[in-house]
Design a protein around this ligand. Structure first.
Ligand SMILES: Cc1ncc(COP(=O)(O)O)c(C=O)c1O
Length: 289
């Protein structure tokens, strides 16, 4: 794994060893910030504009002012890859907080936002993509504004940790039995050739990959219903799968140790995976390097 030494901080570039962070920082003390994780294939971003758009929506929702325009920020992110000579599969982490100020719940006045972004390697998990994963189910105890990609991730962290401790990959979250999403991904059920997933309300993160899946389904003439399903529907599913920028589209073959259908990834999931690889130009990009 390479270390990519150049990071973008406060809209300029610096070596990662030179970045110091104050202890009175609103992201650290209140989780008062928003973030994005963007996929990189062979040194190029996938769905960059979609992620940048969501970042600005999240920042606006929590009243954090980003001084650069979307175009300026996009150019900085592209430059970050070039400065690090990035050519492999990886991911970018970017966060913006309300800035550094003496600790007080009330917003500080005239304090600039803190922004930084860095990249790391993230090879595709071909074993999970091929064979599928097991997941657990957990009550969704998060707040009401899950469409904001905020730094407050404690419920997500706890759910994912419990999944890990039970030998599973993810946790499907539900509110009063209705499935919302997973701790760090969106989730879908397939029944009789139709895809069902929670509507893009305030209760889930509007995934960039989810947005593409909706389009893939349309292109493949697979009905895509933004209609919630319940925990009780899961054992009756023909297929289940999850999506995120780092995971892509992963089949779910066991839920709480119960097998889904024949325990193998299904046909609809496979078609969407193929559409994803094509859309992200993964094979094409690999041939360039
Ligand atoms: C809670 C949650 N839902 C869904 C997603 C999927 O979003 P995206 O497809 O934009 O990566 C993520 C990604 O990190 C997430 O944290």
């Amino acid at each position: 794994m390479s270390v990519y030494p150049i990071i973008m901080a406060q809209e300029t570039f610096t070596h990662r060893d030179h970045l110091t962070y104050p202890y009175e920082e609103r992201g650290l003390q209140f989780g008062d910030g928003v973030y994005e994780v963007i996929r990189i294939y062979h040194g190029e971003y996938y769905l960059l504009n979609e992620h940048v758009d969501r970042l600005y929506r999240s920042a606006e929702a929590v009243k954090i002012k980003i001084t650069s325009t979307k175009e300026e920020l996009t150019n900085l992110l592209i430059e970050l890859l070039a400065r690090n000579d990035m050519t492999t599969d990886g991911k970018l982490y970017l966060q913006i907080t309300r800035g550094s100020a003496p600790r007080d719940h009330v917003f500080p006045v005239d304090v600039p936002a803190n922004i930084y972004a860095y990249i790391s390697d993230a090879p595709r998990n071909t074993t999970n993509l091929e064979n599928g994963v097991s997941v657990i189910t957990k009550r969704d105890v998060r707040w009401e504004y899950c469409y904001i990609k905020s730094l407050n991730l404690l419920p997500n962290v706890l759910a994912k940790q419990e999944a890990k401790e039970q030998g599973s990959y993810e946790a499907i979250l539900h509110k009063d039995g209705m499935v919302t999403e997973c701790s760090s991904s969106n989730v879908y059920l397939v029944k009789d050739g139709k895809i069902y997933t929670h509507p893009a309300t305030y209760q889930i993160l509007h995934g960039c990959v989810r947005m593409r899946i909706e389009q893939f389904a349309k292109d493949l003439s697979i009905p895509f219903h933004e209609e919630g399903f319940s925990i009780e529907d899961i054992p009756l599913a023909d297929e289940l799968f999850l999506s995120s920028s780092t995971s892509e589209i992963i089949p779910i073959v066991h839920v709480d140790s119960q097998q889904i259908a024949n325990g193998k990834p299904g046909n609809v999931t496979r078609q969407l995976q193929e559409a994803y690889v094509e859309d992200a130009a993964i094979k094409e990009r690999s041939m360039k390097h």
